[in-house]
Design a protein. Sequence first.
Length: 303
Amino acid sequence: APPATGRSADLRVIAWDAHGTASEMGELRGSLERFGARLDGAEWRDAKANWLAMPGADGFWQRNDRFEVLGRAEYMDRIEAGARSARSLLARLDGDGAAARQVWPRNMVARLAQQMLLLEAASDEAMSTGPRDAFVYVQAGPDGPDRGEEQDFARRIAAMYESWARQRGMRIAVLKPSARHAADTVWMAVSGFSSFVVLHPEDGLHVLEWGTSAEGGVKRATVRVRVLPQPLVPARDGEAELTRQAAEALAAAPAPHPTIVRRYRGTPSPLVRDSVRGWRTGRLERVFAGDFDLVPAGDHDGA
């Protein structure tokens, strides 16, 4: 996915490094006002009315696309509820004494910016492809002299996605693949606003580097991440059905691309470079904490 531009880029800067300033609050108010206007606009209302009307058509419940239709209408309802939640958070920030305030709570300002980023992506998704949840597969590299480091790195990458999902209010299930798939593999099912859209750029290789030429050369551990859309048909048997769907999706997927998504380095100085989203940062622990989707494009090596 290309780096975000325009207002989304402004929101990303705030979500990544909020200072709680009046200018940030002005950007958030404007963003929420524009978003509300979109949900009140004719294009959104007409699209939603169209999806809501379809179940009343003859033969609808025998149609192959009935789950997509029902999912789109429900998704638009959820986005509207998310907008109400964002307005409620803004009202809390603009509560008693806000007129005389010069600085707002940084964590709440960042949270609102993050919420708006997800809502904007979800609204674009609702009007184009419809909602798509994600399967995420994290696989350690093949056996080699640094196998232990690769296994540890794979666990840390999987924990990064779990943290990302939980911080954003996503639903996440860590699945148990069959013995044929289970070796050094973690499967996850992630559901929530724009979960597939945001996670899809993670599909590829993640490379941990350590050591120097003075220490015998740079060493590398490689983890492969696959991100695939969940089927529209709901999993009615809980995690067992989700696991079966995940196995089928992986078996049907095209061969993975050898794209290196990110390089991670902890010593001698922390550095993460994302070649897909176009950023680099020295805040390694922040990336591992799940904020890889918030780093603004360009060079950002702040502490």
